[in-house]
Design a protein around this ligand. Structure first.
Ligand code: F6R
Length: 243
């Protein structure tokens, strides 16, 4: 599979969330029943804030949309503040005037996480738009270094930096060692993918993901194979990219 050159949209940090939300509103007006993959984390939080505002002001509607969760920690209790399903609910889903048609979460609390991952692999088919963040180690979702473009949705061991993020940044009450993530195989099948990247701390890895040859040490680099990839970066994250 070969992709075309990604579309790179560089925005001033202050405009980033409103510009991405405006493009999302445009997509949704054309396809109100979009099946959409959503990540959690520091990057999408301001976007979700803006999406909630736009929905309340009738500039965007999510009532027909199916939201599919990108990834989840395994081993955190359901009410843990770091849980991705909880964050998506509190930052976005529960704040909408009209909730999405469906919110498909990953069943990490059941007895068989491998079976839950297989079920989520089915949920991750037919995706219209996948929104994705970029890990400082080049991961996308929990497709950690070593992941490949043919990987399905599956149970994975987390990299140390991801485990640290769970506790230090997101306030997890325990250190999770595993997660379930939609695999790159499904993400590359989505009709469209958006890689969301903000802040100076992502500048070096964004350059390595977009400029250097693709490779399993930076799984996000495989997204370049996607025929409709847009990278929405703020000026800080884009600072090391070639002009
Ligand atoms: C979380 C996820 C992760 C994050 C990535 C960046 O659902 O999929 O891949 O997108 O670790 O995290 P932030 O945005 O917090 O820098």
């Amino acid at each position: 599979m070969t992709g075309s050159t990604p579309r790179l949209v560089v925005l001033p940090a202050a405009d980033w969330a409103t510009a991405v939300a405006a493009e999302l509103a445009e997509r949704l007006s054309g396809r109100p029943d979009l099946r959409i993959v959503l990540p959690t984390g520091d990057t999408p939080s301001p976007l979700y804030e803006e999406v909630v505002r736009a929905e309340r002001e009738d500039r965007l509607a999510l009532g027909g949309v199916t939201i599919v969760q990108l990834d989840e920690w395994v081993g955190l209790p359901p009410d843990d503040p770091a849980r991705c399903d909880r964050r998506l609910r509190t930052e976005l889903v529960a704040r909408l005037r009209t909730p999405p048609a469906a919110f498909v979460t990953i069943d990490v609390d059941g007895p068989d996480p491998d079976a839950a991952a297989r079920r989520h692999d089915d949920a991750a088919r037919g995706i219209g738009l996948a929104l994705l963040g970029l890990g400082p180690n080049g991961h996308v979702g929990f497709n950690e270094p070593g992941s490949g473009p043919d990987d399905p949705t599956r149970l994975v061991r987390l990299a140390v930096s991801s485990r640290d993020a769970a506790t230090a940044r997101y306030g997890a009450t325990r250190v999770p060692t595993a997660g379930i993530t939609i695999g790159l195989a499904r993400l590359l099948e989505a009709d469209e993918a958006w890689l969301l990247v903000t802040g100076e701390r992502k500048a070096a890895i964004l350059r390595r993901v977009l400029v250097e040859p693709e490779g399993p040490d930076r799984p996000a680099s495989y997204l370049r194979r996607h025929p409709r990839l847009t990278v929405f970066a703020d000026a800080e994250a884009a600072a090391l990219l070639p002009r």
